[in-house]
Design a protein around this ligand. Structure first.
Ligand code: THU
Length: 133
């Protein structure tokens, strides 16, 4: 699957966004090394802290289906915002453990596009090696 096709899939996932509070819609798609892919969307809750972001939904879906960092090829995240949606702090922390540092992350809002990685998004991160000694 090309980068453009993965971004397109993330746009499809955005249709499943449940965002009655913020009305800010986000979609994500994880591409695995065997070609399988998983949608993610932001799913909000009246208890706001219980909201799940789109990229976390997507990476949890991939992991729930048996994929791991070494079998995840790329992640696309799209939003309907004015600016491209760069992952929030909680998502950066989660992605830093669940993706390889250089796995490409494509961001788009239909107007602007960027390619990044968790290495770039979360330098000096706290991780498993700090906890397990
Ligand atoms: N959101 C995401 O899904 N991903 C991001 O990268 C930024 C924020 C969601 C959470 C919430 O449902 C809405 O966007 C507004 O914060």
């Amino acid at each position: 699957m090309t980068k453009e096709e993965l971004i397109q899939k993330a746009q499809e996932a955005m249709r499943n966004s449940y965002a009655p509070y913020s009305k800010y819609h986000v979609g994500a798609c994880i591409l695995c090394t065997d070609g399988k892919w998983f949608y993610g969307a932001n799913i909000e809750n009246a208890s706001f802290g219980a909201t799940n972001c789109a990229e976390r939904s997507a990476v949890f879906a991939a992991y729930s289906n048996g994929y791991r960092a070494d079998t995840i090829a790329a992640l696309a995240i799209v939003s309907d915002g004015e600016r491209i949606a760069a992952p929030c702090g909680i998502c950066r922390q989660v992605l830093s453990e669940l993706l390889k540092p250089d796995t490409p992350i494509y961001l788009s809002n239909g107007k602007e596009e960027a390619t990044t990685s968790i290495r770039e998004l979360l330098p000096m991160s706290f991780g498993m090696e700090d906890v397990i000694r």
